[in-house]
Design a protein around this ligand. Structure first.
Ligand code: ZN
Ligand code: ZN
Length: 447
């Protein structure tokens, strides 16, 4: 690839993603990302990863789909989590030249965003070997990603005091049974139902009927720490943050798009005209959004470390004025009306706002939050009047939007078109900076 060509964009889907079945002709709509600039089309790469796999497993699957070869989950990880070390073999690499000199942009929806962060962390720890470097990820772009967990997973069945245990006959338990049935029958099912459970040997070719029935009774997968549902608990987020996972990489550009439904913030919804397809998508999310907004945080025991700073945040908000600064990201749960409380309750139907920002509390990372009124979809060219800064999260808000407003289902809405156009300008701005001489990045706090 010559330096003048746009850096390709890799799309990573979220939990239960069903590949291009949902995203449709993703190249066509992601072309909004480059055609609006009049530049040569940016290559988009759709990387398929396990729809129910844990973040670790998904990151490994993503890595090997790009570089090719047999997915290696790591000897230690496989041993600790009771599944095979190796997964499927990718005969064709999606981007064999991938390196720090030939980096890639990434866009992840929901759990796809955390998958990219996990991949970057594994690259930085040398998990894939010394030939690979976190600079290979030029930009991380996330939409509605639950970086710090979501209370919805508890409402759906995860035990509030004994995660990863799942309450019997809860929605989560029923989902787990569905996953086992699909995995058992997988050799007979169409490819969009591919669960990437090769290393777990759950299909009828590998597992006996007795073991299948045993898994239906109590799932080794769903009630383990190596599964997607556990990865979105507050406990798992606390463990990741304790391990410094999700720390920014100096030369990577970070951007998060955070959606909230207006009614979860106590504001009336906008009176837009929705198509029937939009209404069908939004309908279940209006129920789950209320569950998230009214979740009893006091039921969580022990208190996840993700919330440990809440007590000091409460004091801080009393000391200061009621008007909590957005950049502080400090949430006061007890005093409704403050920004912190809103950020815990405001949500997109799946993820609370504070969790969509970025990993860690704002004070433990580098971030720049664009205000609510600075809606990214009210696109403004002046936003790109200055070169983008690497090594800092750019947090943008998607007003009165739900978890599926932007991705993965392409409906051609004005919001979706505006989103891709804005993303295109952002990626182009990064490409332009990259072509110039590399600047030494100041590590001074620029929040
Ligand atoms: Zn695993
Ligand atoms: Zn922040």
């Amino acid at each position: 690839m010559s330096p003048s060509e746009p850096v390709p964009l890799v799309i990573v889907e979220g939990f239960l993603g069903a590949g291009t079945l949902f995203w449709g002709n993703f190249e066509a709509h992601s072309n909004y990302a480059c055609q609006s600039n009049g530049e040569k089309d940016r290559k988009t790469i759709f990387a398929s990863v396990g729809p129910v796999s844990s973040l670790h497993d998904r990151a490994c699957e993503l890595f090997y789909s790009l570089v090719g070869g047999t997915v290696d989950y790591g000897e230690k990880h496989a041993e600790e989590n009771g599944h095979g070390r190796f997964g499927r073999t990718h005969q064709v690499a999606l981007y064999p030249e991938w390196s720090a000199d030939h980096p890639l942009h990434f866009l992840g929806h929901s759990l796809g965003g955390q998958t990219i962060i996990k991949l970057q962390w594994l690259l930085s720890t040398g998990f894939f070997g010394q030939n690979y470097h976190p600079d290979m990820i030029l930009s991380v772009n996330t939409v509605s990603t639950p970086f710090r967990g979501t209370q919805l997973v508890y409402a759906l069945g995860e035990e509030t005091q004994r995660a990863p245990d799942v309450r019997p006959f809860s929605a989560g338990d029923i989902l787990a049974k569905g996953v086992h049935i699909a995995a058992y029958l997988s050799p007979l099912l169409p490819s969009f139902l591919d669960l990437y459970v090769d290393s777990r040997r759950l299909s009828f070719r590998d597992a006996s009927l007795t073991s299948f029935l045993g898994q239906l009774w109590k799932s080794d997968w769903a009630e383990s720490c190596d599964a997607a549902p556990y990865d979105v608990t507050f406990d798992a987020a606390s463990e990741r943050e304790a391990a410094e996972e999700g720390a920014i990489n100096t030369y990577t550009y970070y951007r998060s798009y955070c959606a909230t439904l207006s009614h979860t913030e106590g504001s009336p919804s906008t009176s837009r005209a929705y198509s029937w397809a939009q209404k069908i998508l939004a309908w279940p999310l209006s129920f789950t959004s209320k569950t998230i907004a009214t979740f009893p945080f006091s039921s969580l025991r022990p208190i996840p470390a993700v919330f440990e700073t809440l007590a000091s945040a409460h004091l801080a908000s009393i000391m200061r004025s009621e008007k909590t600064e957005l950049q502080d990201g400090i949430i006061d749960v007890d005093r409704s009306g403050t920004y912190l409380s809103t950020a815990l309750r405001a949500n997109d139907g799946i993820v609370p706002l504070f969790s969509q920002w970025h990993p860690f509390e704002c004070k433990f990372t580098r971030c720049r939050h664009f205000s609510h009124t600075d809606n990214v979809l009210g696109w403004d060219e002046t936003r790109y009047g200055r070169p983008p800064d690497p090594g800092i999260w750019h947090v943008h808000h998607l007003e009165d939007a739900h978890h599926l407003s932007i991705a993965p289902v392409w409906l051609g809405t004005a919001e979706q078109k505006a989103f891709w156009k804005d993303l295109g300008h952002w990626l182009r701005a990064i490409d332009t900076v990259r072509r110039g001489p590399r600047q030494e990045i100041s590590t001074a706090d620029s929040r």
